[in-house]
Design a protein around this ligand. Structure first.
Ligand SMILES: *Cc1c(COP(=O)(O)O)cnc(C)c1O
Length: 392
C-alpha cells in the first residue's frame, strides 16, 4: 500500500496521509507513485474548473510573462477588469481583492466597523452564527461559531455575538445600540452544508433595515458558481450590502474579494491594503475563471450536473439506508446517520476516490463545476464499493 514518508519539515497542521501529489488534470489527481484519484474535494471547493484547466494555465502563463506585481499603489489591467466584471454581474459597486477568504472577511469586518464609526455612533458589534465558519485570522476566528474557538488562542477579538442559524428571534434578541452588522453564509459549509431558509433570509433583511444594520454574505464557499448560480444569495433573494468571495474565484490560486454597495464603501486611503492585494497575476486567473462561469451555458450545465449528482447520492442513500442529501449546485452533502465519515474518507482514498467529511456522520461533495456524467458514475461506483466494505 502506501509507504510512510520520511520525517519532514512541514508543521503538522492536519493529519495528512502518506501521499505526495505531483500532478492534476481536470477531475483527477496523481500521486508520486503514479496512482490516480478521482477528486471530489478539489482543494475544498476551490478548483472551479478542475485541476490545471487550460484557461487558467494560459491566463497565468501569459500574465506571468507580462507583469506579476507592480504593487497595490498602482492600477493594473487584470484587477480593473476583474473588478469591472464582478460589479457588472452582481449588486455591488466596488471591490477590494485579497489573497484568502479570511482576509476578505477581515476586510468586511473592518468595513462594517468603520461604517459604524461614521454612521452609527461607533456601533461595532457583529452578529454571527453558531457553527459558522469565517476563517482563521484572529478576528475571523472570533466571528466563527465553531465550538472551542473562543478559547483557542485566547484572548479572542471582542465584538462578536452568536445567534442561532435559521432562527430570526435569536438574531432579534442580540440587536442593540452597539450592533453594526450581521454576517452569515447563505449555506453553512463547514457546519455540514446547512442552507438558510428563504423566510429566515427575508426576515434578516427586514431586521437589518429596521435597525440600520449591514447584512454581510460570506460567499467564500457558496459563491462563484458553486451553487449553480453566480452567487448563492441570488437563490433566495437575499440582498446583502457586503459580500466576500474566495475559493472558486481563483480556480485554485490564492485570490479572494470583498465587495460592497456604494453607500457602504467608506475606507479612506490608508485604512486597508496589503502587499498582494489585487496583484495582476492572481486577478488574471480570477478573470479567466469568472469569464468561463459567465458563458451562457456554463451555470445551466452546473445545475444539470447537480441534479444528476443529487439523484445518484439519493440512490446510494436508499441502497445503504443512509440519511438525507442536501445542498445546492455542486456543494452537496450526504448524511450518514452513523460516525463513519473518517473511515469512508480513508477507504475511498484506497479505492482512488477523494472525499471530505466535515462532520463525523457526514460526507460533503465539492467536485469541479465542469465534472462529467461519466466521472460522476465512476465516483458513485467507488463510493458504493467503499460503503459496502465499511457497512459489511
Ligand atoms: C474557506 C472559508 C473561509 C476562509 O477562507 P480561506 O481562504 O481559507 O481563508 C471563510 N468563509 C467560508 C464560508 C469558508 O468556507
Amino acid at each position: 500500500m502506501t509507504s510512510p514518508l520520511p520525517p519532514n519539515a512541514l508543521m503538522p497542521i492536519t493529519p495528512r496521509p502518506d501521499l505526495v501529489f505531483v500532478r492534476g488534470e481536470g477531475a483527477w489527481l496523481f500521486d508520486a507513485e503514479g496512482r490516480s484519484y478521482l477528486d471530489w474535494v478539489q482543494g475544498w471547493a476551490v478548483n472551479a474548473l478542475g485541476h490545471s484547466p487550460r484557461a487558467l494555465v494560459a491566463a497565468l502563463t501569459e500574465q506571468a510573462a507580462q507583469l506579476i506585481n507592480p504593487s497595490p499603489s498602482f492600477y493594473n489591467q487584470p484587477a480593473l477588469a476583474l473588478a469591472g466584471w464582478l460589479t457588472q454581474h452582481s449588486r455591488f459597486d466596488q471591490v477590494f481583492f485579497t489573497s484568502s477568504g479570511a482576509e476578505a472577511n477581515e476586510g468586511a469586518i473592518k468595513l462594517a466597523r468603520k461604517w459604524g464609526q461614521l454612521h452609527k455612533h461607533g456601533a461595532h458589534e457583529i452578529i454571527t452564527f453558531q457553527d459558522s465558519f469565517h476563517g482563521r485570522t484572529l478576528a475571523t476566528m472570533a466571528a466563527t461559531g465553531k465550538a472551542g474557538w473562543d478559547t483557542l488562542f485566547a484572548p479572542a477579538v471582542p465584538g462578536f455575538v452568536k445567534a442561532r442559524y435559521n432562527d430570526a428571534n435569536s438574531v432579534r434578541a442580540l440587536i442593540g445600540p452597539q450592533t453594526a452588522a450581521v454576517i452569515l453564509e447563505p449555506i453553512q459549509g463547514e457546519a455540514g452544508v446547512i442552507p438558510a431558509t428563504p423566510a429566515f433570509l427575508q426576515t434578516l433583511r427586514t431586521l437589518c433595515d429596521e435597525h440600520g444594520l449591514l447584512l454581510i454574505a460570506d460567499e467564500v464557499q457558496t459563491g462563484c458558481g458553486r451553487t449553480g448560480v453566480l452567487f448563492a444569495h441570488e437563490l433566495h433573494g437575499m440582498q446583502p450590502d457586503i459580500m466576500t468571495l474566495g475559493k472558486d474565484i481563483g480556480g485554485g490560486v490564492p485570490l479572494a474579494a470583498l465587495l460592497a454597495r456604494a453607500d457602504v464603501c467608506c475606507f479612506a486611503p490608508g485604512d486597508q491594503g496589503g502587499t498582494y492585494c489585487g496583484n495582476p497575476l492572481m486577478c488574471a486567473a480570477g478573470l479567466a475563471v469568472m469569464r468561463t462561469l459567465g458563458e451562457p451555458a456554463f451555470l445551466a450545465q452546473v445545475r444539470q450536473t447537480s441534479e444528476l449528482f443529487r439523484q445518484s447520492l439519493q440512490t446510494i442513500s436508499a441502497r445503504f439506508g443512509l440519511g438525507e442529501v442536501r445542498g445546492e449546485g455542486l456543494l452537496l452533502a450526504l448524511a450518514l446517520e452513523r460516525n463513519i465519515g473518517a473511515q469512508l474518507v480513508q477507504g475511498a482514498r484506497e479505492h482512488g476516490l477523494l472525499l471530505n467529511s466535515p462532520r463525523p456522520a457526514l460526507l460533503r461533495f465539492m467536485p469541479a463545476l465542469n465534472t462529467t456524467p461519466e466521472e460522476i458514475a465512476l465516483g458513485m461506483e467507488r463510493l458504493g464499493d467503499v460503503l459496502a466494505e465499511c457497512l459489511a
